[in-house]
Design a binder for this molecule. Sequence first.
Ligand SMILES: Cc1ncc(COP(=O)(O)O)c(C=O)c1O
Length: 390
Amino acid sequence: MAYSPETQAIRLQTRRTAEMEHSTPLFLTSSFVYHSAEEMASAFTDDSLDINIYSRFSNPTVDEFVTKVCALEGAEDGVATGTGMAAVFSTFMTFLSQGDHILSASAVFGSTHTILTKYLPKWGIESTYFDMTRPETIEALVRPNTKMLYLETPSNPGLDIIDLALVGDICQRHGILFVVDNCFATPAVQQPIRFGADLVIHSATKFMDGQGRVLGGVVVGRKDLIHELYLMVRNTGPSLSPFNAWVLSKSLETLFLRMDKHAENALHLAQALENNPHVSHVKYPFLPTHAQYDIAVRQMKNGGGIVAFELKGGLEAGQRFLNALQMISMTNNLGDSRTIASHPSSTTHSKLSEADRLAVGITPGLVRISVGLEGVVDIVQDVEQALERS
Ligand SMILES: Cc1ncc(COP(=O)(O)O)c(C=O)c1O
């Protein structure tokens, strides 16, 4: 009988060495040795992963991390990368060719937007944005050369939600690869493969690490697709460092516990902000006022750890708010045990035009809080006192 995901996140481990260690070992090595010249020669005869050759290709610690993510996402196989953006870019480069078209949600992470609009056109790959809040418009945007549909749900930073099953159905009918960036939810909250996604991408830098220490990325999904992606990563080199993989694998042991607590604190903060006189609008997937609340409760276990809100005083109020925070950190990361506040329009999404930002709900006064694991009373108190002074 297969263990539950909570148990697999803890118990899946590289085979114990002769030292009989309890915690998982770290294979901090660039390359691997062979028993004989014949074994060395056979290691190069195919592209299989059966023999470790070199850590750009495979490494037991990296494999352990990937195996765990596959178990949690319900995926057949996976590949790890040095960052989340390396995972996104490698996926685009593996499956898109000159003359292809990608349909993407307009509400995607800033650097993903930059790849779509600045770099993919250099290789003759076209992209079109769709509005996540109007899924009924997607099908009309499919072209004969559409190869991939890409989205994040919840989106960064606007926390829009889309019905994954509905999009999965469109992709299946049109033979399009369905790729989901599941970074905001994590597999402890939502498993897109259950709703038809072919590939699931993570910036492991965020909730998977959970303590703001290392960068990492991972893509999991169908075995045939992952093999293609593996060959691309193995040859072009955006591989994950074994040390970072070790940190990430240890972190996954507490992912379920952490995500439950992040979500509990986030819901509490969102509810407290709903009646705050300085706030015009609060967005959190599990607030009944969220426009896609019904979809969120259907496909997510909880609302996740991110809350977004709009300050009545706009840009200046946003900056006064950040400057007035006493405990909460002003930094651009998210998914940390420490609560973090950021101002997307002047930071992560500043490369977008004002019009593009507004189109995806990034208004000048929008503040994003990555709600941490501190005592929720302290989190709410710090936000409320900063709002008083905003
Ligand atoms: C939704 C999402 N995808 C991808 C990334 C990129 O990840 P990384 O910073 O690990 O390259 C981020 C980073 O914030 C993100 O929020």
